[in-house]
Design a protein around this ligand. Structure first.
Ligand code: UT7
Length: 323
C-alpha cells in the first residue's frame, strides 16, 4: 500500500482591521500610486490587540476542519509555520492545539519565514507517508505587523497579517483517485541572511527585532529561484508546466508573480493572485491564497496545482498536488 496525503479541506482567517494604501499614506511617507505600481498591493489586514498568530491560526483550522467534515479530535498532528510566534516558546502550534480542545497530538512550529508553509507541508506529508500520522493540520500564520519598522517605508507597506490551514488525511493511493501531495522540492541558502532578516532575537539582542530587507536583490533571486524550483517539483512528479491547472504562489509582489509565470511559460490566468487584498503575509500567504481560490470555486477537486514560495534565509520551495 502506498500512502498519500490528501487535502480534505482548507481554511483561512484575517484580522478584522483592513488598511488601504491611502490610510497608510496618512502616517508613512508613501503613496497609493507607488505601492500599486511597484507591488500590486491595495489592502492588508492588521491584527488588533486581541488577535495573535495563534488565534488567527485556530480560526483558520476551524474553517479547514469544517470544510473537511472532520472533528478536532480526529487530528493527530499539527505543524504550524510562522516567523511571528505568540511567545518565543512554547510553540504556537501547542497554543492552537489547546484552543481547538485537542488533548493529545504531536504539535510543533516550523521556521522558514515566507517558505514556511511549503516546509511544514513537506514535514507533515513525510510523517503521514511514513505511517506515523493519519490526520494533520498544516498551518501558515503570521502577525508581521508586530515586527515591522513603521518608520521604514521600504518594508512596512509590503506586509500584512493572516492565517491559512489545510487538513491532510492519509489515504491509500489506490483509493485516492490520484489525489494528494505528489512531490515537494525545498531549498535553503543561508549565505543570503543579510538580504532579508530581523535585527533581533532571543539569543543575540534579547529583543524581538524588526524586519530589514534589500528588496531589489530579493526580487532578483525570487524570480530565478521560483521558476527553477517549480520546474524541479513538476519534473519530480512527472508533469510539465502546460499540465498545471493553477499555480498558488507566495504573494510578495504582483511583478514577481508575472515574471515567474512568464519564465515558466504559464498563462497569467492560471496564477492565483491575492497580493492586492492581503499584501505579503509571509508563511500565511500560500494557504490564504489557496483557500481563497478553493472557496470562490476556481480550484476544483482533481485539478493539478503547484504551490511555491521564497523567503528569508533564503529558503524556497514548490509542491505539486492533485487537489
Ligand atoms: O516575502 C519575501 C520575499 N520578498 C520579496 O519578494 C520582496 C521583493 N522585492 C520587491 O518586491 C521590490 O523590490 C520592492 C517592492 C520592495 C521595491 O520595489 P523596487 O522597484 O525594487 O524599488 P526600489 O527599492 O528600487 O526603490 C525605488 C525608489 C527608491 O527611491 P530612489 O532611491 O529611486 O529615489 C525608494 O526610496 O522607490 C522609493 N521607495 C518608495 N517610495 C514611496 C521605496 N519604498 C517606497 C514607498 N513609497 N513605500
Amino acid at each position: 500500500m502506498m500512502i498519500r496525503s490528501v487535502i480534505l479541506g482548507t481554511g483561512s482567517a484575517l484580522p478584522v482591521r483592513r488598511v488601504s494604501n491611502a490610510e497608510l499614506a496618512e502616517t508613512v511617507d508613501t503613496t497609493d500610486e507607488w505601492i500599486v505600481e511597484r507591488t500590486g498591493i491595495r489592502f492588508r489586514h492588521i491584527a488588533g490587540p486581541d488577535e495573535t498568530t495563534a488565534t488567527l491560526a485556530a480560526d483558520a483550522c476551524k474553517a479547514a476542519l469544517g470544510a473537511a467534515g472532520k472533528s478536532a479530535q480526529d487530528v493527530d498532528l499539527i505543524v504550524l509555520a510562522t516567523a511571528t510566534p505568540d511567545q518565543t516558546f512554547p510553540s504556537s502550534a501547542t497554543k492552537v492545539q489547546a484552543m481547538l480542545g485537542i488533548d493529545d497530538c504531536v504539535a510543533f512550529d516550523v521556521a522558514a519565514v515566507c517558505s514556511g508553509f511549503l516546509y511544514a507541508l513537506q514535514v507533515a506529508d513525510s510523517m503521514i507517508r511514513a505511517g506515523a500520522h493519519k490526520c494533520a493540520l498544516v498551518i501558515g500564520a503570521e502577525t508581521f505587523s508586530r515586527i515591522l519598522d513603521w518608520e521604514d517605508r521600504t518594508t512596512c507597506v509590503l506586509f500584512g497579517d493572516g492565517a491559512g490551514a489545510v487538513l491532510l488525511e492519509a489515504q491509500d493511493s489506490a483509493d485516492s483517485d490520484g489525489r494528494g501531495v505528489l512531490a515537494t522540492k525545498l531549498h535553503a541558502d543561508g549565505r543570503h541572511n543579510e538580504l532579508l532578516y530581523v535585527d533581533g532575537g532571543p539569543s543575540t539582542t534579547g529583543t524581538v527585532g524588526k524586519v530589514r530587507m534589500k528588496g531589489r536583490e530579493v526580487f532578483r533571486h525570487a524570480v530565478t529561484n521560483l521558476a527553477s524550483v517549480m520546474g524541479e517539483s513538476l519534473a519530480l512528479a512527472g508533469f510539465t508546466p502546460d499540465q498545471v491547472d493553477w499555480v498558488v504562489p507566495h504573494q510578495a509582489n504582483a511583478r514577481i508573480l508575472d515574471a515567474t509565470a512568464r519564465k515558466l511559460g504559464l498563462a497569467p490566468g492560471k496564477v492565483v493572485v491575492t497580493v492586492d487584498q492581503h499584501a505579503n503575509t509571509s508563511a500565511a500567504s500560500v494557504p490564504l491564497a489557496l483557500d481563497t481560490a478553493v472557496r470562490d470555486g476556481r480550484i476544483q477537486p482533481g485539478q493539478l496545482i503547484v504551490l511555491e514560495a521564497m523567503g528569508g534565509g533564503f529558503t524556497w520551495g514548490a509542491s505539486v498536488i492533485r487537489f
